[in-house]
Design a protein around this ligand. Structure first.
Ligand SMILES: Cc1cc2nc3c(=O)[nH]c(=O)nc-3n(C[C@H](O)[C@H](O)[C@H](O)COP(=O)(O)O)c2cc1C
Length: 226
C-alpha cells in the first residue's frame, strides 16, 4: 500500500471500516454492480471483498467474489466496462466507481491471481462456499439437467468437523471467480454539508515513477455542483 493514498481511497477505506454487518453470515459490504449485456445495463447487488493496491501495475483494484458460470461473469467476459455504487448510510456518502475489469477463474493462467482466488475462497463461511460447489449454474431454470454432476445440493456427507470436505473446496474452486475492478473514475457525493460532490479521474499521463507520497497527482480532484 502506498504511504499516502489518494483521497477517494482514504474516504472509501474509512467508510468501509465503520461498516458492521447486521448478518454474521455475510460480512461483506453490500453494493451495486452494473455490467453491460447486449448494450443494455444490468445491475445487481454484490459484496465488497477487498480494496487493494496492485504495486506491479500501480493501480487500485476492488475485488468481488462471484460464480464464473453466472450471467454477470459472462457479461464481464464480453464487455469489461463496469460500474459500482456504494451507499454509506451513516456517513450519507455515495461512491460511484467506473472502471475496467477482468475475471480470475479456473481458466486463468496468472499464478499470483490464482493464488489470491484460492485465498479468498478459503475465507468464506462453509455455507457460502457451498453456493459455489453447486452443480447448477446460477440463473439456469430449475429442472435443467446438470450435465455430468449427479447432485443438486450438498448434503451432510459433504462436511466434516472443520467445514466442507476438501473435495467440496475443490468443487467450489472450479466455479469461484474473483471479479477484479480497476477504477478509473470516482464520482463521490455527500448528502451532508448541503450536498457536496467531487470527481476523481485517473490520469494515465501522470508520471508512473511518482513517489508514493505523490499518488494523489494521478488522481486529480474536481469539485462538482451537487
Ligand atoms: C446483499 C447481496 C449481496 C450479494 N453479494 C454477491 C456477491 O458478492 N457475488 C455474487 O456473485 N452475487 C452476489 N449476490 C447475488 C447477486 O445479486 C445475484 O447473483 C443476482 O441477483 C443475479 O446475478 P446475475 O446478474 O449474475 O444473474 C448478492 C445479493 C445480495 C442481495
Amino acid at each position: 500500500m502506498p504511504a499516502t493514498e489518494p483521497t477517494w481511497v482514504e474516504k472509501l477505506r474509512t467508510d468501509l471500516s465503520h461498516f458492521h454487518s447486521p448478518d454474521p453470515k455475510s460480512t461483506q459490504f453490500p453494493m451495486a454492480l452494473a455490467t453491460v449485456a447486449d448494450g443494455k445495463p444490468k445491475v445487481r447487488m454484490v459484496g465488497h471483498a477487498d480494496l487493494l493496491f496492485m504495486s506491479h501495475a500501480r493501480r487500485y483494484a476492488i475485488l468481488i467474489g462471484t460464480d464464473s458460470r453466472s450471467p454477470k461473469a459472462e457479461q464481464v467476459r464480453a464487455n469489461h466496462n463496469v460500474e459500482l455504487v456504494y451507499w454509506f448510510e451513516k456517513e450519507r456518502e455515495q461512491f460511484r466507481i467506473t472502471g475496467d475489469s477482468f475475471l480470475v477463474d479456473s481458466n486463468s493462467s496468472d499464478a499470483v491471481w490464482l493464488n489470491e482466488r484460492g485465498r479468498y475462497l478459503s475465507t468464506l463461511k462453509p455455507g457460502r462456499k457451498m453456493d459455489y460447489a453447486r452443480a447448477n449454474a446460477p440463473g439456469t431454470p430449475v429442472g435443467t439437467p446438470m450435465g455430468n454432476k449427479s447432485k443438486q445440493l450438498p448434503g451432510p456427507e459433504d462436511f466434516d468437523d472443520s467445514g466442507p470436505k476438501k473435495d467440496t473446496h475443490q468443487q467450489a474452486l472450479d466455479h469461484y471467480a474473483l471479479l477484479v475492478v480497476i477504477p478509473d473514475t470516482i464520482d463521490w457525493s455527500s448528502e451532508r454539508q448541503q450536498g457536496k460532490r467531487k470527481l476523481w479521474k485517473f490520469d494515465e499521463e501522470a508520471d508512473e515513477d511518482l513517489a508514493d507520497e505523490q499518488r494523489d497527482i494521478q488522481w486529480p480532484e474536481q469539485d462538482l455542483h451537487y
